[in-house]
Ligand binder design. Structure first.
Ligand code: GMT
Length: 381
């Protein structure tokens, strides 16, 4: 960061174990390492945000529950907090991750700041997926999402697929730039053999990994059915690193007689140790604008079976880094799983290709630079 300006950036994101919050946190951390001043704003400390460092600050939004209001409101106190932080630290950029309520609150904050001071922060909004694919279909939310996108100073989407869907679904005129997600794999600190032993997975067993928040869009019942239908089910262990409660799936686990095949770990931070110990990843989602779990799995040289849907084909390639199947095609997923269980050489080749692809297309330095350039472009517009 010799000649580049030091920016002051507010990052507004969800703190929970979801892709958008994780990407926002990693982006903020990386920008801070480059010398920029980063102010996270959310109702809780983001999941992967460590303690405050020299350039990283967390600002919590407090919500009051007034008896007068039947439902507590988050958007207004969020807007006030963004405005306060923006004025106090003279933010250059307010980067809202997820259209609502973050972009909406950021726009309100920008107007408050302009009203009270000479400052003119720019609002950058990153669309992450369900803010478009799910919520923009809701007539109660559609126009506010449309407005929040059109009024942002700069808009990005995490894949071409999401960009196209945003434009066709909302008819927006705003330019939407695609900036892919990135992942900086940490070096596993625990040997694969140790992790497998701790999980109770034998050396002759096959470990499938799945990382997600278990929402309906992830099609967890399909995941369970794929494992249950495998002809190698007796030596299969499915390890789910979950950001949600798995209990709702226990009746199906029982029905499919998978009690001894499933290992669930919640809110895991050292995902690298688990992915590194796995043989393959499965992601049968209804759709993914990108699929962070897929990128994370590829990054450790593991092949992936996933749905041919949304932005997933931009992240991985059918027949090269794993296999893509139509959504819900449990039978084909199972065939692919069995094929790769039986063919370790092919698995290794695919895994290596996936790792190279992850490192070259979705590496941290490249993508963080794209965001920085986008901030500069937006500031100069
Ligand atoms: O995975 C989720 O459902 C959470 C959601 C979120 O907003 O946190 O993830 C979305 O954003 C991620 C980060 O950009 C993408 O990797 C996910 O594909 C996307 N989820 C969907 O499109 C369903």
């Amino acid at each position: 960061m010799t000649s580049k300006p030091r920016l002051k950036i507010g990052i507004v994101c969800y703190p929970s174990v979801g892709g958008s919050g994780i990407v926002a946190t990693d982006l903020g951390n990386q920008l801070a390492l480059l010398g920029h001043e980063i102010h996270f704003i959310s109702y809780e400390r983001p999941f992967r945000l460590g303690s405050n460092s020299a350039n990283v600050f967390f600002n919590q939004v407090k919500i009051n529950e007034y008896e007068l209001f039947r439902y507590p409101d988050y958007t207004l106190p969020l807007a006030v907090k963004i405005g306060d932080i923006s004025q106090k630290y003279s933010l250059d950029i307010i980067h809202a991750h997820y259209a609502i309520p973050h972009a909406t609150a950021a726009l309100l904050a920008k107007n408050i700041v302009r009203h009270c001071s000479q400052q003119k922060p720019k609002v950058v909004t990153t669309l992450h997926g369900t803010d478009i694919t799910l919520l923009a279909r809701d007539p109660n939310l559609r126009s506010i999402i449309q407005y929040s996108i059109e009024e942002s100073d700069g808009v990005t989407a995490v894949s071409n697929s999401l960009r196209e869907e945003s434009i066709s679904l909302l008819g927006i005129k705003k330019a939407v730039e695609v900036i892919y997600n990135f992942y900086q794999p940490k070096i596993p600190a625990i040997p694969a053999a140790q992790i497998r032993k701790d999980l109770g997975i034998g050396t002759d067993e096959f470990m499938v990994i799945h990382l997600s928040n278990l929402r309906p869009v992830k099609r967890i019942p399909d995941l369970l059915r794929i494992v249950a239908a495998s002809k190698h089910v007796r030596k299969l262990k499915l390890v789910i690193l979950s950001g949600g409660n798995f209990e709702q799936f226990l009746p199906l686990v029982d029905e499919l007689k998978l009690k001894n095949n499933i290992i669930v770990r919640e809110n895991i931070l050292d995902i690298e140790n688990y992915i590194n110990a796995a043989d393959l990843g499965i992601y049968p989602s209804e759709t993914e604008s990108f699929g962070m779990g897929i990128l994370e799995t590829l990054s450790f040289g593991k092949p992936v079976l996933a749905s041919n849907s949304g932005g997933i084909p931009e992240v991985m390639q059918h027949g090269r880094t794993g296999y893509l199947y139509p959504v819900g095609d449990v039978q084909s997923f199972t065939q692919g799983l069995d094929e790769l269980i039986e063919n370790p050489q092919e698995r290794q080749k695919m895994g290596e290709r996936g790792k190279v692809r992850a490192q070259s297309l979705f590496n941290t330095e490249k993508i963080v630079k794209e965001y920085f350039d986008f901030y500069q472009k937006t500031l100069n517009s």
